[in-house]
Design a protein around this ligand. Structure first.
Ligand SMILES: Nc1nc2c(ncn2[C@@H]2O[C@H](COP(=O)(O)OP(=O)(O)OP(=O)(O)O)[C@@H](O)[C@H]2O)c(=O)[nH]1
Ligand SMILES: [Mg+2]
Length: 294
């Protein structure tokens, strides 16, 4: 008799910078989610899909859970907590290079009620600062009974063992996506995300969090190149200056690096055209936040 097909929606949670998006990319074998050292890089729920003949796992990358009452942070947290309840399974990623602290305790307490459907990943074991003993002790105290795996999302070490355990525990269910899908994101969203990643990688302090990419339009050239037009919106004139850079050097670097990455992601070339605009109040615009954070 054939073994029944399995599938699961798995919510990936953890502190900002724990390595959730890096893990998603490692699992899918593709750059599905953007990654940067700046906490709160991910602003949306991003789906990464891993299909095998008898099991499809859909990982849902969530914004890092962060203690703050700002409207945008509250929205991000609501999104993550709603995902915990709705998900078939949960993957709780802990950064073993940082002491747990209060933020981690808050997340552990959100996760604890769901321990039966949860796996723990002690991440960054490749790093010299990694302290897996401390991370495991924390998890055993705060999420009693949690099944824990040591991994490096970056090198992939330990990830197959974690996936095998998740597959074994996944419920019976159909494949929700065609086998060749590794994400469900629209191309224009992925382009905006890659642009955002470059801003996160090349600017400092408040600038990464002050921007959003506003899609305007796209069209195909006769040679098959996709032209993407959008606005890079910042909150202040000084930030606009930083994003543009001396003689336009920064915006050029952002554009060129994004185009290079996108050439690997899509089977066609992408040409990006960006205008930098200032909107001091975009984070207070509820309709806009609703559109940006889903
Ligand atoms: N050494 C090491 N670094 C890692 C590993 N996983 C992630 N990182 C780094 O940690 C930083 C944060 O990684 P992300 O994947 O963006 O973290 P995240 O949890 O998605 O963060 P948010 O989206 O901000 O919540 C990046 O600089 C990664 O390169 C790992 O296994 N080993
Ligand atoms: Mg992320």
């Amino acid at each position: 008799m054939d073994t029944p097909h399995k599938s699961a929606f798995i919510s990936v949670v953890g502190r900002p910078s724990a390595g959730k998006s890096t893990l998603l990319n490692q699992i899918c074998g593709e750059k599905v989610a953007i990654v940067s050292p700046v906490p709160q890089t991910t602003r949306n729920t991003i789906r990464g899909i891993r299909s095998r003949p008898d099991c499809q796992l859909v990982f849902i990358d969530t914004p890092g859970l962060h203690d703050s009452e700002k409207a945008i942070n509250r929205k991000l947290r609501d999104l993550a907590t709603r995902n915990l309840a709705e998900a078939d399974m949960i993957l709780y990623v802990v950064d073993s290079t940082r002491a747990p602290g209060k933020e981690e305790e808050t997340i552990a307490s959100l996760v604890a009620p769901y321990v039966a459907k949860c796996f723990g990943a002690v991440n960054k074991i490749d790093s010299r600062e990694s302290d897996t003993t401390a991370a495991r002790l924390f998890l055993s105290q705060k999420v009693s009974g949690l099944r824990v795996f040591d991994i490096s999302a970056q090198t992939g070490s330990g990830v197959e063992a974690l996936l095998a355990a998740i597959e074994a525990a996944a419920p019976e269910g159909p494949a929700y996506y065609p086998e060749e899908f590794y994400t469900d994101q629209e191309p224009v969203f992925r382009i905006a995300e890659i642009i955002r990643e470059k801003v996160f990688l090349h600017t400092r302090n408040e600038v990464p969090h002050a921007i959003y990419v506003d899609y305007r339009s796209h069209h195909m050239l006769a040679d098959g190149t996709l032209v993407y037009e959008g606005d890079l919106v910042v909150e202040r004139d000084t930030q606009k200056g930083i994003i543009i850079g001396k003689g336009g050097a920064m915006i050029k670097q952002i554009r060129e690096e994004a185009e290079r990455d996108l050439a690997e992601i899509f089977p066609y070339a992408v040409q990006i055209s960006l205008k930098v605009k200032v909107d001091p109040h975009w984070k207070k615009n509820d309709n806009l936040l609703k559109r940006l954070i889903q």
